[in-house]
Write a protein that binds this ligand. Structure first.
Ligand SMILES: Nc1nc2c(c(=O)[nH]1)N[C@H]1C(S)=C(S)[C@@H](COP(=O)(O)O)O[C@H]1N2
Ligand SMILES: [Mo]
Length: 573
């Protein structure tokens, strides 16, 4: 068979996926474990945090109640009653503020749910970009088995459907659309909030303008802890503790979450050079997780205090924009909560049933941003010393007779077929490929699931192949077909745009870390494209086809994972 016949035959072996989430493949639960964190080599169950916090709270009360009565503290209290001196807010809680507050609340809940779903796809956190198994400081799964091949997909865990979106094992593709699309809306509400804060007098409630905010905040802590509720004037101004907490949440944690989210994307981290290396993906992920913990803590304490310090007055302020004891605010709050509960309940079944719709909406919303990130030139390279001791493997290995024959003979008979919209369709032998100009690069791999690792890759620059086969003017994508099938059956493939194919760091690698590419990592040939997530780098490459469009292949989404797991076709973030 010549190259054109081969690629045509391979097209026929691409399977169409369902437009709903086919539960057969991933429905079998592998349940998450109770989270543990590691301190000095010891794994500690997070449940211990509950009794420890309770003991601290009780001891605090026992200490601060008598302390409150001391002349020393009374003197301090008279000087710093809790509300620092600064200008008051005279516009109450205007409608825009109340609307943004409700939107923020709704978006946050779904961002948190989908974020936890994303984390469950690689339920471990590290400080080092290597992600060496069992070096994680936090996990909610089992230790990594060492007696067999353990892929990143094996490692994904199930979380309950009410908690994650959509709560199916390895549903990160759909969870990411939820997370990113709502992030975008959340950023829009956030920017609107910032602008309106500062064009009105509302910023005065949140921004500390006087150093006395600190002793006043301390005073409020001691008042609460001794169970003496502090004096409140929330209609016009916040106490020192509130002001510091809101300031930290709105002006520090929220921007930090956006930043640490973006820093996890290959295009951004690789573009930023040394900064992306020092503030690596795993640090960004861990800090992003601390941001989540802060938000959860904030929501818990915020809601608890709203109810403990005069629920009706507080809800009137924030939901009705009125002062006093009426039930109005409580009613609006209850309506919002019922709507939120309904949306919460429907999100998972909707996502499972209309998975393709979720994917399309997500692509429409965040696609342009990914396109911008793709335009950046990913340049980061590493040194030999920075090569990771272990690179997590992923994917299903080829199991055909044809492949094992080739492998048995050291791929001597391997041929790379290149066809489609090219002037010169060609078949390259393995020897011919190895005789071509060779390029080596030490780069970082970013798997969509969350892990990363550095390896040295050696192989043929894709530019060289382009020069030889000469894609025609119509060719807009290169489709890579694998010897292997994907996890749901059907041949694994992925489409890349020509811009990425022409990039200086795009290579067909046949070496890894100075040795022949191991079977597990894609022998004889695998792709490296350094501004995209790992799933786009097809392993066990059998053929390349240049096409004008990929929409007539498979489910038409541009790749195997795009079809079956609802990933995006451009995954630079
Ligand atoms: N043929 C094929 N290629 C594949 C996959 C696969 O399942 N089949 N998985 C992809 C994913 S999700 C990742 S993260 C990388 C992993 O590469 P590695 O195993 O060398 O670390 O391979 C990519 N290439
Ligand atoms: Mo991956």
């Amino acid at each position: 068979m010549n190259a054109q016949q081969t690629v045509k035959a391979l097209r026929g072996r691409v399977r169409r996926a369902t437009d709903y989430l086919d539960l057969a493949a991933w429905a079998k639960p592998i349940w998450a474990k109770v989270p543990h964190f590691q301190i000095g080599g010891r794994l500690i169950n997070v449940m211990w945090v509950i009794p420890v916090v309770l003991v601290i709270l009780v001891l605090g009360v026992a200490f601060f109640r008598p302390f409150y009565q001391t002349p020393m503290f009374q003197h301090f209290l008279a000087r710093y009653p809790g509300i620092p001196p600064y200008a008051e807010v005279h516009t109450g809680f205007p409608l825009w503020l109340r609307v943004l507050h409700v939107l923020n609340l709704i978006f946050m809940f779904f961002i948190i749910r989908s974020g936890i779903q994303i984390l469950a796809d690689h339920p471990r956190l590290y400080w080092s970009r290597d992600c060496t198994p069992n070096s994680d400081w936090f996990r909610f799964s089992h230790p990594v088995p060492t007696d067999r091949v353990w892929t990143a997909k094996d490692d994904a865990v199930t979380i309950p459907k009410w908690l994650g979106i959509p709560g199916v094992r390895h549903s990160i593709g759909l969870a990411r659309w939820w997370h990113f699309s709502l992030d975008l809306l959340w950023v829009l509400t956030g920017v609107t909030f910032y602008v309106l804060l500062f064009v009105t007098d509302q910023w005065r409630r949140l921004v500390p303008m006087h150093w006395e905010v600190f002793p006043n905040a301390l005073s409020v802590v001691i008042q609460y802890w001794s169970l003496n509720w502090p004096h409140e004037e929330t209609w016009t101004r916040y106490n020192g503790l509130q002001q510091l907490t809101y300031f930290f949440t709105v002006f520090i944690v929220a921007p930090l979450q956006i930043f640490t989210g973006l820093m996890q994307g290959p295009a951004i981290a690789n573009k930023l050079g040394w900064f992306g290396k020092v503030f690596n993906r795993q640090i960004a992920r861990s800090v992003h997780f601390f941001g989540l913990l802060w938000f959860l803590f904030f929501i818990f304490v915020h809601v608890a205090l709203v109810f403990a310090t005069g629920a009706r007055e507080n809800l009137n302020n924030m939901f009705a924009g009125i002062e006093g004891h009426a039930w109005t605010g409580m009613w609006i709050f209850c309506v919002v909560m019922v709507l939120l509960a309904a949306a919460w309940y429907l999100a998972t079944p909707f996502t499972i049933r209309y998975a393709r719709v979720v994917q399309h909406i997500g692509r429409y919303m965040v696609g342009p941003l990914k396109h911008v990130a793709e335009m950046w030139n990913p340049i980061a390279q590493y040194t030999e010393e920075q090569i990771s001791p272990h690179l997590w493997p992923n994917g299903r290995e080829p199991d055909s007779h044809e492949y094992s024959e080739l492998r048995e003979h050291g791929f001597a008979a391997y041929e790379l077929q290149v066809g489609g919209l090219v002037e010169k369709p060609q078949v390259f032998s393995f020897d011919a490929l190895r005789a071509m100009p060779k390029q080596e690069q030490i780069t970082e791999h970013f798997c969509i699931q969350g892990w990363s690792g550095v390896a040295k890759w050696g192989g043929v620059p894709m530019r060289h192949i382009l020069d030889l086969v000469k894609p025609t003017a119509e060719a807009r994508y290169a489709i890579f077909y694998s010897f292997a099938e994907g996890s749901d059956g059907g041949i694994y493939y992925d489409a890349h745009n020509m811009r990425n194919m022409q990039h200086e760091l795009t290579i067909l690698a046949y070496e890894m870390n100075g040795k022949a590419l191991p079977m597990l990592h894609g022998a004889p040939l695998r792709l490296r494209v350094e501004n995209e997530l790992g799933f786009k780098m097809v392993k066990w490459i059998r053929a390349i086809e240049f096409v004008q469009d990929y929409r007539d292949l498979g489910s038409g989404m541009g790749g195997y994972n795009e079809d079956f797991e609802f990933y995006g076709n451009r995954e630079s973030i």
